[in-house]
Structure formats: C-alpha cells, structure tokens
Design a protein around this ligand. Structure first.
Ligand code: FE2
Length: 241
C-alpha cells in the first residue's frame, strides 16, 4: 500500500519542523522507506506570527519538490498549512492568506488543546459556514473531546473531518489515551492519519510500527480508506462519501 501522510512539518526553514533542506530530504527518505508515497507539507500558520508569506511558502515548496524529484520521482508532495484557530482565521481563509490543502476547500486546523467544547463547536461552524471543510488536526489532543463520543459524533455530523496522529494508537490496554484513540478508529470517526513529523528523532515520519494494529482490528479496506482513498479524494477537492 502506498501511504499518504497528510500532516507533516517537513518543509525546511518555515516553522518548528525541519530546519534545512538536508534534514527535509533525510525525513523524506525515512518516509519513503516506510512506504509513504505522498506527503502533505503542512507548516504551522499562526495569525500575525508567520515568518513567511504564502508566496514564499510556495517557492520553498517548489524547491523541495525539485530536490525530491531527483531522488524519488515517485514521491508526490502537496502543500497545505496547519492553521492555529484564532479570531480572524476565517477572514484569512476568505482572503486567500492561508494555504488550504492542495488549494482545495479542505483546511487542516488545530486548536488550543484546552479549548472548551462550545468554542470548538462555534469555530467549526464558522469555518463550514464560509464553505471550507475543516480537518481537525490530531483530534486526540483536545481535552473537551476526550471520552466524549457524543461531541465527536456531533462534529463529524457538522462535516468536520478528523485527523489522528498515527503514533497515538500505540499503547496497551492500560493506556487510556491509546484506548480512546483506538475506539475512535474502530468506530469509524477518523478520516485521515498523519505523522505530524517534525524531525528525525522523537517525531520522525514513521508509519509501519502502527498500521498493523489498524489492519488487524479494522481490516485492510478501512486502512486503505484512511491512508489512500480519503486523501486522494481530499487532494482533488472531492467529498469523501
Ligand atoms: Fe502539526
């Protein structure tokens, strides 16, 4: 299976992820060995605090694509942002300041992990009202959702899509977080996985250590849906269902 990784900080020198081209290429080599063949570069977007413009982001992305093409012509890269939600973010989206996922209506959005459920709900409503399709980044992190399957269910019904960091499913029966993550996967709430890779150490773009559990518990079709089919549809701005 040729995996998609829809969440990574692999673009060099733009955020707290890869520091330079050399590190980016080394991270991409790891991803390639893991079986990943498509990567969304999703640098952080923090309103008023970015070190780059959208144009600069695009030119850095083109540079990386050129270098990757030389070593792995079958590795495809896409550009996006991981947007930290704040007041005014929806205006930035409307004004084209934020890089959506491959220029589609899908936008990867993260929140303060202590956000209240009411604030999260209102934020998703604002984004969908503006005709964008929010993908909630690392959904397992938000305190207001932990063990609240009713809230998760409500967000999905509002047409928010959920992304989980693949390493989060790792953990035994006594690991409450891993148990919660596994429940979300098994109950079909997760549309996408990503590595959220930042470096070659603790946050490297590993996948293979974790997919075995998904395949065993959910089957190969579900694995393919989350790692291949959904990302392909998303990259083409198609609806997932
Ligand atoms: Fe991230």
């Amino acid at each position: 299976m040729e995996y998609f990784d829809i969440h990574s900080h692999i673009l060099p020198g733009v955020d707290d992820g890869s520091e330079n081209m050399e590190e980016s290429l080394a991270m991409i080599e790891v991803a390639y060995q893991e079986g990943t063949r498509s990567i969304f570069c999703t640098p952080h977007y923090e309103r008023g605090k970015n070190s780059y413009t959208k144009e600069e982001l695009n030119s850095k992305f083109q540079e990386l694509c050129k270098e990757v093409e030389k070593v792995h012509p079958d590795m495809k890269l896409y550009l996006g942002n991981e947007v930290l939600y704040a007041d005014g973010v929806v205006d930035d989206l409307k004004n084209g300041l934020i890089q959506t996922m491959n220029d589609t209506k899908y936008v990867l959005v993260e929140f303060n992990i202590r956000i209240s459920y009411n604030e999260l709900y209102q934020a998703i409503r604002k984004i969908t009202n503006a005709r964008f399709r929010p993908i909630i980044a690392h959904v397992e992190r938000y305190h207001c959702l932990f063990k609240h399957i009713d809230r998760v269910d409500e967000l999905v019904r509002m047409e928010a899509y959920l992304q989980m960091n693949i390493s989060s499913v790792y953990g035994g029966l006594l690991d409450e977080n891993a148990r919660w993550c596994k429940k979300l996967v098994k109950e079909d709430y997760i549309s996408f996985f990503g590595t959220d890779a930042h470096d070659l150490d603790d946050r490297a773009p590993y996948i293979n250590d974790y997919v075995g559990w998904i395949e065993k518990k959910c089957g190969e079709d579900a694995l393919e849906e989350m790692f291949v089919n959904n990302p392909i549809k998303m990259s083409k701005n198609q609806y997932l269902i």
